[in-house]
Design a protein around this ligand. Structure first.
Ligand SMILES: Cc1cc2nc3c(=O)[nH]c(=O)nc-3n(C[C@H](O)[C@H](O)[C@H](O)COP(=O)(O)OP(=O)(O)OC[C@H]3O[C@@H](n4cnc5c(N)ncnc54)[C@H](O)[C@@H]3O)c2cc1C
Length: 278
């Protein structure tokens, strides 16, 4: 267990920017998490790998729960059970090793299971909730619930719970494809060819609008390479913002607003961020 005060969230978010978390708690297991939540009175957020999250420069005056030690994965009766902090890469490898097909796309997404469930993460035509059998959640009072996909409204990169203030602690998946979709190695090669992998980013900043691509709209506005402060639009992929030179969260947010205004003026399309900003 780790328990820190005023922890810089730039250390935990892949954009490498952002303010301090007032309280930062890394439980060793779900029992520790539950006891801590029972005592807690602050606003809570959970963080996995921080690959889709930006905390504003003035920080978060609440409790951040980091799930990185909740990472067990097991296989039982054709269902894979995994804790929320397990990485998607590990889940994908584990499924493959147990001859369960369909999880290959997850190897290309640098997140945790909990973060992917919260975002309905997806790639190459698949989305994580397609394979969910059930999830376990924990509420603000530390109580565990079992939920099914019917308890959520699940759409493209959006998951709305029909109940409030619960966080994912584990999930059961049935990867039931008859054959592999594609080799994980090929997916990573495709990614490396089109995205600025290895530089601090949050992946795609905006959701793709209906029947269109955010990257195409941004590129058509000649915005590739455009910077505000240390935050720049990638030369390689127009829907990626890179922290090129010690960007603040404010630089990144202003660049997001600039892109939205420019694309709305030029194409009449309102781009909606995929990135979660707190
Ligand atoms: C290079 C790169 C490529 C990417 N490519 C893709 C892609 O192809 N497809 C895609 O969908 N995404 C992509 N992403 C975005 C990101 O990886 C995914 O959204 C991922 O699922 C986020 O997981 P995380 O653990 O990092 O979540 P975090 O960034 O830690 O959190 C994201 C959100 O989930 C919430 N959350 C985290 N854990 C929990 C939990 N246990 N319970 C409840 N809420 C929780 C957080 O509070 C926050 O609101 C990419 C990002 C990068 C940097």
């Amino acid at each position: 267990m780790t328990h820190l005060i005023n922890e810089p969230m730039s250390k935990h978010c892949s954009l490498r920017a952002g303010g301090l978390a007032n309280e930062f708690f890394v439980p060793a297991d779900i029992d520790q998490l539950s006891s801590h939540l029972k005592k807690n009175k602050k606003t809570v957020i959970f963080i996995g790998l921080g690959s889709n999250l930006l905390i504003r420069d003035n920080g978060f005056d609440g409790l951040v729960v980091h799930t990185k030690h909740l990472k067990n994965i097991s296989f039982d009766n054709s269902v894979i059970k995994t804790d929320a902090g397990a990485t998607l890469a590990k889940l994908s490898r584990f499924a493959g090793a147990n001859n369960k097909h369909g999880a290959e796309f997850l190897s290309a997404i640098p997140g945790s299971v909990g973060g992917a469930l919260a975002m309905n993460a997806g790639a190459f035509g698949s989305e994580i909730w397609q394979y969910v059998v059930s999830v376990k959640t924990i509420d603000m009072n530390g109580n565990i619930q079992q939920r099914s996909p019917d308890d959520y409204v699940i759409t493209y990169r959006s998951v709305k719970a029909k109940h409030n203030d619960e966080f994912f602690v584990s999930a059961e998946f049935n990867f039931n494809q008859v054959e592999k979709n594609i080799e994980a190695r090929d997916l990573l090669d495709k990614r490396n060819a089109s995205q600025p992998i290895g530089l601090p980013s949050c992946g795609s900043v905006f959701k793709n609008p209906n029947n269109n691509f955010a990257a195409k709209l941004i590129e058509a506005c000649n915005l590739k390479g455009f910077c505000i402060g240390g935050a720049c639009i990638s030369d390689k992929h127009a829907n990626f913002i890179i922290n090129q030179n010690s960007a603040t969260a404010k630089d990144i947010e202003e660049l997001i607003k600039h892109i939205q205004t420019t694309v709305a003026d030029a194409h009449g399309v309102a781009l909606e961020p995929e990135l979660v900003i707190i």
